[in-house]
Design a protein around this ligand. Structure first.
Ligand code: IPE
Ligand code: IPE
Ligand code: MG
Length: 252
């Protein structure tokens, strides 16, 4: 990632960006799938695919800034992914720690606000601290929000919200959709407008199950490490061409 493209302002403003699309999603969620198959197709170990996948985040983040996306939620590790072979899990954890160490200062310098969606409990204490430090350092940045869904499960998120609501003594009649949404990990963040899944599957795999109620879905067979700016452009174009009705009828 050290050789990744620059996130600096001049670079971003070069892009034909905002005028490219009639409508740009404010918040995009990405299910970054296909790292393992990307590696296997090259005769490489799965972990090499994860390394290539982590490296690709920077490229897509930069493209998102260029296109005018304001928040990007990336699905990096699910609560179900703990069930993978121990060597893959520990390799992934190492990669995350390494990439925070390598990239945090540059992300911060470029105005990226890092958020975390998921349970910190269960993550190795040193990595928990790195995550907390990254959130604290970047909390006032405004250019783009990079929300990392890590040790994330949509069902766990709903359970955690219910627990906190009860702990706060909120009365049953006070629980509305708005109040509930504030207790989710994504509290304060608008719902995703577009959910992209790479790697060819057509499922949510426990990603943003509450927040994606009215998101548009876009699936591509491209494996995550190969998902580039042109692929993102295609997804955003597809989104711009959709007709979002939110259950209403369109008045001609
Ligand atoms: C997504 O890639 C990354 C994580 C789930 C951590 P996969 O590792 O699921 O790759 P495939 O789906 O096996 O190819
Ligand atoms: C979803 O991918 C989770 C992440 C991308 C982090 P998976 O590879 O874990 O999902 P399934 O197993 O295909 O549903
Ligand atoms: Mg997968």
């Amino acid at each position: 990632m050290t050789n990744g493209p620059s996130l600096n302002a001049s670079n971003a403003s070069n892009a034909s960006s905002n005028s490219t699309f009639a409508r740009v999603p404010y918040h995009v969620g990405i299910i970054m799938d296909g790292n393992g198959r990307w590696a296997q197709a090259r005769g490489l170990p799965r972990l090499m695919g994860h390394r290539a996948g982590v490296n690709n985040i920077r490229r897509v983040l930069e493209a998102s800034v260029a296109f005018g996306v304001k928040a990007l939620t990336i699905y990096a590790f699910s609560t179900e992914n703990w069930a993978r072979p121990q060597a893959e899990v520990s390799g992934l954890m190492k990669l995350v720690g390494e990439s925070i160490r390598r990239q945090l200062s540059e992300l911060h310098a470029n105005g990226v606000q890092i958020r975390h969606s998921g349970r910190l409990a269960g993550i190795e204490p040193g990595l928990q601290q790195q995550i907390r430090d990254a959130l604290e350092l970047t909390k006032n940045n405004q250019r783009i929000i990079l929300n990392v869904a890590f040790n994330y499960g949509g069902r766990a998120e709903v359970i955690d919200a219910v627990r906190h609501i009860m702990q706060d003594g909120v009365k049953p009649e006070e629980v509305s959709e708005e109040v509930f949404a504030r207790y989710l990990y994504t509290g304060g963040l608008p719902d995703p407008d577009l959910i992209i899944r790479t790697g060819g599957e057509y499922r949510l795999s426990n990603f943003l199950i509450w927040q994606a109620a009215y998101a548009e879905y876009y699936a591509t067979p491209t494996f995550w490490p190969d998902f580039d700016k042109e692929e993102l452009r295609r997804a955003l174009q597809d989104f711009a061409d959709r007709d979002r009705r939110f259950g209403k009828v369109k008045i001609a």
